[in-house]
Ligand binder design. Structure first.
Ligand SMILES: Cc1cc2nc3c(=O)[nH]c(=O)nc-3n(C[C@H](O)[C@H](O)[C@H](O)COP(=O)(O)O)c2cc1C
Length: 247
């Protein structure tokens, strides 16, 4: 249980619709009120997050929270929303998977020719958001993205399942494709060329981005919407400053 392990949780006491699992079990799709998002209200009743218990840098703090998110049984705790903006400042978002994190930053892999890839090349400022709703937490990273080295990309690509390796070749991410059949045909051609067990090289257009944070905010849900928000900002001297934000 989350409570017992000391990991906070989102506790819904208002109505069944606040819990997606309960909502599936009890919601009557013909009753407009049960699916009304305005009536969905989760209550958070957790221990808080205080300045005194924070790690000195956001990487250590993230490592701790990531371990707790994983231990809580959250599905895909490494899934994060990645926001980019084009050169005119128009934003776009999508989910990507965190594949590495250390003092250098947060790494995900993608197609460099995708919409996000093109936007990052034009404007390297990105934001990442870990939506850990099940434990009433979120982490928001803001910073700049840069490509990982080819060696790092190749090393990660080798760990991917064979089918995912072929998928990276088959999909020209974010571009139009005529039909599902077309996608399947491209995959089948690649599967014939690279049967299971055969080495698949990483496509030149595919690789990692490392997001070097300038700020990292740790958000902890609390009672009465008086949530804790503690934000690390990189200081001029190279260390980190921590400030509390109003919820
Ligand atoms: C749970 C989940 C994980 C995903 N992980 C990745 C990922 O690690 N890399 C990636 O390129 N796309 C990933 N996607 C697909 C993206 O959300 C998105 O559809 C794709 O990258 C194209 O985005 P873009 O056109 O905005 O560039 C994931 C989607 C979901 C739902």
């Amino acid at each position: 249980m989350l409570q017992d392990s000391g990991v906070p949780h989102a506790d819904d006491v208002d109505d069944a619709a606040a819990d997606p699992a309960d909502a599936t079990a009890t919601a009557d799709p013909t009753d407009p009120t049960t699916l009304d998002p305005a009536a969905m209200r989760a209550h958070y009743r957790d221990e808080g997050l205080s300045e005194s218990e924070l790690a000195p840098d956001p990487f250590a703090q993230f490592t701790l929270w990531f371990a707790q998110a994983t231990a809580s049984g959250l599905h895909e705790p490494n899934a994060m929303i990645c926001a980019t903006a084009d050169e005119r400042g128009r934003p776009s978002t999508r989910t990507v998977l965190l594949k590495r994190h250390d003092e250098r930053g947060f790494v995900f892999f993608t197609n460099y020719g995708s919409r996000k890839g093109r936007e990052i090349e034009a404007n390297p400022y990105v934001s990442l958001l870990f939506p850990w709703h099940g434990i009433a937490r979120q982490v928001i990273v803001s910073g700049t993205a840069e490509r990982t080295g080819r060696d790092e990309t190749a090393a990660y690509f080798r760990t991917r399942p064979h089918g995912s390796q072929l998928g990276a070749w088959a999909s020209e991410q974010s571009s139009r494709v005529a039909s599902r059949q077309e996608l399947d045909r491209m995959y089948a051609e690649l599967a014939a060329r690279y049967p299971e067990g055969e080495d698949v090289p990483a496509p030149a257009q595919w690789g990692g981005y490392r997001v070097r944070p300038e700020t990292v905010e740790f958000w902890q849900g609390r009672e009465n919407r008086l949530h804790d928000r503690l934000r690390y900002s990189r200081s001029e001297g190279g260390g980190w400053e921590i400030e509390r934000l109003c919820p």
